[in-house]
Structure formats: structure tokens, C-alpha cells
Design a protein around this ligand. Structure first.
Ligand code: GDD
Ligand code: MG
Length: 193
């Protein structure tokens, strides 16, 4: 049996269809006890995304990006956010997208990338699934400054940080972005010994 057999959509209202899409859906859900219950949920659809940890196991470093994030700012965070490079898929495959995005944001040309897991980041409200990658780099792989698209408002600083320092930044809160914490912990477990 599929979950689809337990959901009957009754009504879908588009609340906002601007940069991304916000809908309110009324549906019936069949509970574990067999009762059908009417529920209403808002879903915010920005498509799916991809993110990558570039790591150099020889020099024990990783590449991160630092940028202004308005939603974090309005949530009371008065600093730039330090993150792994990431981007929305925009109909491309996750691997295709992460290669292009890494180059745009960091200036590093990526060689081999490896998909390590995928995750819903906020499944109570946001439809987005993020595909997580890791890839090795060397200093000579840097072919431009990166920085993102100025015309789209991107103003990205590229950081190269030692893995131990990056993990210390997670511990003391200087890194507080979920995808970044997930990839750094993956790196501590599997990429750096
Ligand atoms: N005009 C306008 N531009 C927007 C809006 N929202 C985003 N943008 C612009 O759309 C572009 C999206 O850039 P990407 O690099 O593709 O995405 P991202 O913002 O880095 O998002 C990545 O990280 C997010 C946070 O972790 C992820 O949620 C997302 O999936 C992705 O991985 C950026 O230039 C951003 O400024 C908006 O409401 N209005
Ligand atoms: Mg981005």
C-alpha cells in the first residue's frame, strides 16, 4: 500500500505565486486507526537543491561560503551565514547543478563529485529536498574568484578553513546552517581521519 491511498486532496489554493510558490491544501488523511480526518497544510515550494563539501584531505581543509541571508536576519541572526556552496536545481540534475553552482560561487572547478545522501530540510512546511555531495579539490583547481551573480544580489565571500577549525565553529555556533553542519559531521566521520 502506498501513502497515496491514504490521502484525498479536496482543495488547493495558491496563496502566493511570485518568486516561489505557496499553496494551502485541504485534504483527507486516513489515520492509523482507519478514520479519515480533514487536515489543512500550507506548502512552500522552491524546488529542490544541491550542496557540496569541497575538501582537501592532504591539507585538511574545506571550502565554505559566507553571505547575507535575509530570512536568517529577520529571524534575529545579525551576521553573515557560513555555508557549503549550494543552489536550487532549476530543472537541471543535482550533479550538473552542483558543478555549475560550485564554480559560480567559489571559483573552484570540481573534479569528481560523490552523492552522499539527500534530505528534506524542513518537511513540515517546505517541499525542498537537498542532494548532498562531497568532492576533493586542490588549490590549483581555482579558476576564478567565484562570488556568485552580482545581478541576482549575490555577494559571496569564499573561505578556506581547516577541518578542525570548521568543527570548532559548529561547536561554538559560528556555523549554524543545517546543510553545512551535516556535511562537516559527515567529513569528520568519513573523510578526515
Ligand atoms: N528577486 C528574488 N530573488 C530571490 C528570491 N529568493 C531567492 N532569490 C535569489 O535566487 C537565487 C538563488 O540562488 P541559489 O544559489 O540557486 O540558491 P541559494 O539561495 O543559495 O539556495 C541554496 O541554499 C539554500 C539554503 O541552504 C537552500 O534552501 C537551497 O535549496 C539551495 O541549496 C539567489 O540569487 C537569490 O538571491 C526572492 O524572493 N526574490
Ligand atoms: Mg547559492
Amino acid at each position: 500500500m502506498s501513502i497515496a491511498d491514504r490521502v484525498r486532496v479536496k482543495d488547493v489554493k495558491v496563496l502566493s505565486d511570485d518568486w516561489y510558490l505557496l499553496k494551502k491544501t485541504v485534504f483527507e488523511y486516513r489515520r492509523n486507526d482507519g478514520e479519515w480526518q480533514v487536515q489543512s497544510r500550507e506548502t512552500y515550494d522552491r524546488g529542490n537543491g544541491a550542496t557540496i563539501l569541497l575538501y582537501d584531505p592532504t591539507r585538511r581543509t574545506v571550502v565554505l561560503v559566507k553571505q547575507f541571508r535575509y530570512p536568517a536576519f529577520v529571524s534575529g541572526y545579525d551576521d553573515f551565514l557560513i555555508e557549503t556552496p549550494a543552489g536550487l536545481l532549476d530543472n537541471a540534475s543535482p550533479e550538473e547543478r552542483i558543478r555549475a553552482e560550485t564554480e559560480e560561487e567559489t571559483g573552484f572547478r570540481v573534479r569528481d563529485v560523490r552523492r552522499v545522501f539527500e534530505a528534506f530540510m524542513s518537511p513540515g512546511a517546505v517541499t525542498e529536498r537537498i542532494y548532498f555531495f562531497v568532492g576533493r579539490y586542490e588549490p590549483s583547481d581555482r579558476i576564478s574568484d567565484g562570488g556568485g551573480h552580482e545581478g541576482e544580489g549575490e555577494d559571496i565571500e569564499v573561505l578556506e578553513v581547516g577541518i578542525d577549525e570548521a568543527l570548532a565553529m559548529v561547536a561554538d555556533g559560528r556555523i549554524c546552517d543545517a546543510k553545512t553542519i551535516m556535511l562537516l559531521q559527515y567529513a569528520a566521520l568519513h573523510l578526515f581521519r
